[in-house]
Design a protein around this ligand. Structure first.
Ligand code: NAD
Length: 496
C-alpha cells in the first residue's frame, strides 16, 4: 500500500490514518495517509528547530550542492510520481508529469541562485561602514494545496531551504501521496530534521503548524478562507506569512482581437487545464460585443472535442474534479445559472460512458447570457464551467475585471499588442498577461503572486528567497567614541 507517513528527522512516526480515493473511480483506494495531529507537528517542528543552526551555518553553495543531489535522487521516480498524482488528483498524465518533475526542477532552480543568496551589501554611512547581510529565520511551515501539490510545495521548500531555513511540510489530505514520496526522497538526502512532513487534516495538522511558536514563517498556498484562518493562527507569535491564494481571473477579448483557432485553443487551455482547478486558470471571459458570437462559437466548437475521462487513458484531455466538494460546487453553479435563465451548454465527449458515474466527472460547460452579479461570475468556480459575457467599451471591461476582491491574474487579447499592453497595466492583479493566460505563462524570472485577497508576497527567483530571510544590519564604529552625539555625558570622566 502506498502511504504518506509522518516523517520527523528521517523517522516515520505512528499515527492513525485515512484513505485517498481515485477521483476517476471513487470506489478505488489509491493509498493511505497519516492523520498527523498537534503532537506530530510539535515533534517535527522541534526536529526542524534542532537542525536549524547547522544548516544555517553552511554557505548557500554548500546547501545548493545538497539540494542538487536531492534533485538527482528525485529524477529516478518522476514517472512513478506522475502516475500517482493522476490517481490521487484525477489530472491527466501530461499535467501530472509537469507537477511531478517540478520537485527536482525547482530544487535545481533555487540552487542555481546560491551565489546571489550569500551576497551582502556594504554601505558607507555617515558613522562608518555598515554591512547588510541576509540571515535565515528558523523552521518554516509549508502548507500545500491538492491541485498541484508537488510543484507548489517545492515552490516554497526551494526558497526556504536555500535561504538556510529548515522546513515542516503539511501535505494536502486529498492528494498527499506523490508529495510525500518526494519529501521522503529529499529528506533522506539532507541532514536529519532539515525537511520534515506531517500529513493530516487542515484543521488539525495544518492549524497546529500555523500556530506553533517555534515556526517563524508560514508559506501557505490554498483558498482565501483558509488563508485567513492561517493568519489568525499565526498571530500568536507574529509569524511572517507568504500566501498564494485563490483567483477569479478575468480575460478581456478586445474588438481588435482576431478570433482565430489559435486564440480559441489558447482559451481552451487557459480555462480547462486541470479541469479548471488551477489558481490562474481563466475564470471569467469578457468579449467585445462585436466579437462575442464569433468567440463563443469558436470556443464551444473546440470545447465540444474535449474528451473527459480517466487521466491515465491516452486520449483524455480532461480528468474528473479532484474532490466531491468541487464536483458538487460545479453542479450547483451550473444549476443556479440555468435556473436564473442563462444559456448553459455542456459539451465534450465522455471518454468511457460505462464508468462515467464512478468518478467526479463534469463536462466542459459554456455559460452565456448570465447576470454579471451571478455567483459563477463573482466567485472562483474552480471547475470546468466558464461564463462568457459581452462588453461595449474598454473602460467598462477594465472596471468589470477589477470589480472584485480577487487579484491573482488577468489577461487582455488583441491584435494590437501595444494597446492591449496599456490595458493590461490597468488590471488590478499580480500577473497581467497579453494574448496568453494559462499554466506555463509565468516564468521563474518574473514574480508571481496575488494582489488584494489573492495573496501576500511573491513567488519565483531571488525575491522569494529573500522573503525567507531577515536582513541584518551590522553597524560598526571604530574606535568606540567616534560616534558624535553624547555631549551631555561628556562630563563623566575616569580618574586614572
Ligand atoms: P484549502 O485552503 O482548502 O487547503 C490548502 C491547505 O490548507 C491544505 O493542505 C489543507 O489541509 C490546509 N488547511 C485547511 N484548513 C487549515 C487550517 N485551518 N489551518 C491550516 N491549514 C489548513 O485549498 P485547496 O482546496 O487545497 O486549494 C484550492 C485553492 O487554492 C483555490 O482557491 C486555489 O485558487 C488556491 N491556489 C492558489 C495558488 C496560488 O499560487 N495563488 C496555487 C494553487 C491553489
Amino acid at each position: 500500500m502506498i502511504t504518506a507517513p509522518v516523517l520527523v528527522a528521517g523517522e516515520e512516526l505512528d499515527a492513525p490514518g485515512d484513505v485517498v480515493v481515485n477521483p476517476a473511480r471513487t470506489d478505488e483506494t489509491v493509498g493511505r495517509y497519516a492523520l498527523g495531529g498537534p503532537t506530530h507537528v510539535d515533534a517535527a517542528v522541534r526536529a526542524a528547530h534542532a537542525a536549524f543552526p547547522a544548516w544555517a551555518a553552511l554557505t548557500a553553495a554548500e546547501r545548493a550542492a545538497r539540494l542538487v543531489r536531492a534533485a538527482d535522487e528525485l529524477d529516478a521516480r518522476t514517472e512513478e510520481r506522475a502516475v500517482l498524482l493522476t490517481r490521487e488528483t484525477g489530472k491527466v498524465l501530461g499535467e501530472s508529469r509537469v507537477d511531478a518533475a517540478g520537485a527536482a526542477g525547482l530544487l535545481r532552480s533555487f540552487a542555481s541562485l546560491a551565489a546571489q543568496v550569500d551576497t551582502e551589501e556594504h554601505i558607507a554611512t555617515g558613522i562608518g561602514p555598515a554591512i547588510v547581510h541576509h540571515v535565515p529565520m528558523g523552521p518554516v511551515g509549508v502548507i500545500a494545496p491538492w491541485n498541484t501539490p508537488v510543484l507548489l510545495a517545492f515552490m516554497a521548500i526551494g526558497p526556504a531551504l536555500i535561504a538556510g531555513n529548515t522546513a515542516v511540510v503539511k501535505p494536502p489530505e486529498d492528494a498527499p501521496l506523490a508529495l510525500s514520496q518526494a519529501l521522503a526522497t529529499v529528506a533522506r538526502s539532507l541532514p536529519p530534521g532539515v525537511l520534515n512532513s506531517v500529513p493530516g487534516r487542515g484543521e488539525e495538522a495544518g492549524a497546529a503548524l500555523a500556530a506553533h511558536p517555534l515556526v517563524r514563517k508560514v508559506l501557505f498556498t490554498g483558498s482565501i478562507a483558509t488563508g485567513r484562518a492561517v493568519m489568525r493562527a499565526a498571530a500568536g507569535n507574529l509569524k511572517a506569512l507568504g500566501m498564494e491564494l485563490g483567483g477569479n481571473d478575468a480575460a478581456l477579448v478586445l474588438e481588435s482581437a482576431d478570433i482565430t483557432e489559435e486564440l480559441a485553443r489558447e482559451f481552451i487551455a487557459g480555462v480547462f487545464s486541470a479541469s479548471g482547478q488551477i489558481c490562474y486558470n481563466v475564470k471569467r471571459i469578457y468579449v467585445h460585443r462585436s466579437r462575442h458570437r464569433a468567440f463563443v462559437d469558436a470556443f464551444t466548437e473546440l470545447a465540444s472535442q474535449i474528451v473527459v475521462g480517466d487521466g491515465l487513458a491516452p486520449r483524455t484531455h480532461m480528468g474528473p474534479l479532484a474532490t466531491r466538494a468541487g464536483f458538487e460546487r460545479v453542479r450547483d453553479l451550473r444549476e443556479a445559472a440555468a435556473k436564473a435563465g442563462a444559456q448553459v451548454t455542456a459539451v465534450g465527449v465522455q471518454g468511457d460512458p460505462d464508468s462515467w458515474d464512478r468518478g467526479w466527472f463534469q463536462l466542459p460547460t459554456v455559460v452565456t447570457g448570465i447576470d454579471p452579479g451571478a455567483e459563477l461570475v463573482t466567485t472562483e468556480q474552480f471547475g470546468p464551467i466558464i461564463p462568457i459575457l459581452a462588453f461595449d467599451d474598454e473602460d467598462e471591461a477594465v472596471r468589470l475585471a477589477n470589480d472584485t476582491e480577487y487579484g491573482l491574474a488577468g489577461s487582455v487579447w488583441s491584435s494590437d499588442i501595444d494597446h492591449a499592453t496599456a490595458l493590461a497595466r490597468r488590471l488590478a492583479c499580480g500577473s497581467a498577461f497579453v494574448n496568453v493566460h494559462r499554466v506555463g505563462a509565468s516564468p521563474m524570472d518574473v514574480p508571481f503572486g496575488g494582489m488584494k485577497q489573492s495573496g501576500i508576497g511573491r513567488n519565483h527567483g531571488l525575491p522569494s528567497v529573500r522573503a525567507c530571510q531577515e536582513p541584518q544590519a551590522v553597524i560598526r564604529v571604530d574606535p568606540p567614541g567616534a560616534l558624535p552625539g553624547i555631549q551631555h555625558w561628556s562630563g563623566l570622566t575616569l580618574t586614572s
